[in-house]
Write a new protein. Sequence first.
Length: 437
Amino acid sequence: MNSNDEESLQLEDYILKADKLITFDKNFDEAIKYLEEALILHPTNYLIYSKIGYCFMQLEDYDDAIIFFKKAISFSINDSTTYYNLAICLEELDYEDYEEIDKYYEKSIVCALASFEKDPSNYIYIKYIADAFFKLENYKKSINYYERFLKYQLDEEVLEFLGYSYLYQKEDFNKAILNLKKAIKYIKDNDKKIYLYKVIISIYYYDLRQYDEAIKIYHKIIEISPKEDLVQLYFNIADIYRRDVKDYEKAVEFYHKSLEYDDNFEPSYTWLACTHSYKKEHQLALKYFLIAKDLNPTSVEVYNNLVYVYSDLGMYDKVEENLLKALEIDPLYDAVLLAMLEINLILGKEFDKNCVNTILENYSEVSSVMAEYNMLRILKLAVENKDIKDELANWEKEYNQLRQGYSIEALRNWANKLNNQTKQTVLNALDIFKKED
């Protein structure tokens, strides 16, 4: 055997050992050592440079990966995976020349098409083309090529990205769900399954507004989740029942279910209390708000929640007590400041000028109709208190600045959409301010 044959065999041995380390052992550092030995024997072999680049990419050393991918391209301009991986690395480094990145994806497509034309039996190139179109956000074409690939071979990753393609194209969410569910059937790793189930939940919840279906998927996640995750999962189900389905009985059931797995989970107590409050079960609401306070005594929101339930119970001394505690924690918390004004009005106490000034100062920087809404809440009570009606009239200048571009007429139109009793009190409040900008 001559020296050239020996070198050729040695080169092949280095590459085979490296491939085994890459594919089966995921030992990329050791694989690089064999590939560097191979480079000594064949310093112009583009495939060796590309493999080293891939190893660095897996090690998240994107700078070195880019160096080796570009070196590979200098020896061969026809390898689609090298262009694709180079583009990926540039994205990972937040490279700002997006046109250059897209150029590499486009080159990857051109090379893959050429390779497939030369050897139509090597259908892996169809996947490479689909992946590149996906990266270019050309989802119509990525769908086309992923579906073509699936005619040759069933592959869970292709099903997954076909699902994403339908999702991002925003034309057929049901097909997105169908393909993601198919992918899950072939995936063994539970963490990956859970991730895809959560994607499906987001489609049902945000895109299709099919809340019952979202809940069904949560139950599938629960079946394969560790026990420590169940408190949050049951909490999420309860939230959907409360917030979206408006089934408060079910919401209460699942908040309690979440607490079976962590009886110190404050959010479940808080929203359990809120749900009882919606049901006008104020004593139960108070019970759970107090538990939430004990679990999270430095939360301004907890005290603010107590303010509202004590107000519903007519226990205004407790309202004021909890307002003051909340203000100790955060003197600028706007919801508490507004509630403080309300309780002063209810109790007929001296009007709190500092509170008013703080609100006006804060809301003057807020570009939100919530500024209008919250001030109208105060006005609604204020017009029923003759002692401060004249004083409220002095707010006109400041309040006009808070309207964020909403005219008095626009606010009248808003008020006219309310129920009759609320509408009239708000309209009465607006009568205080007749001046237009």
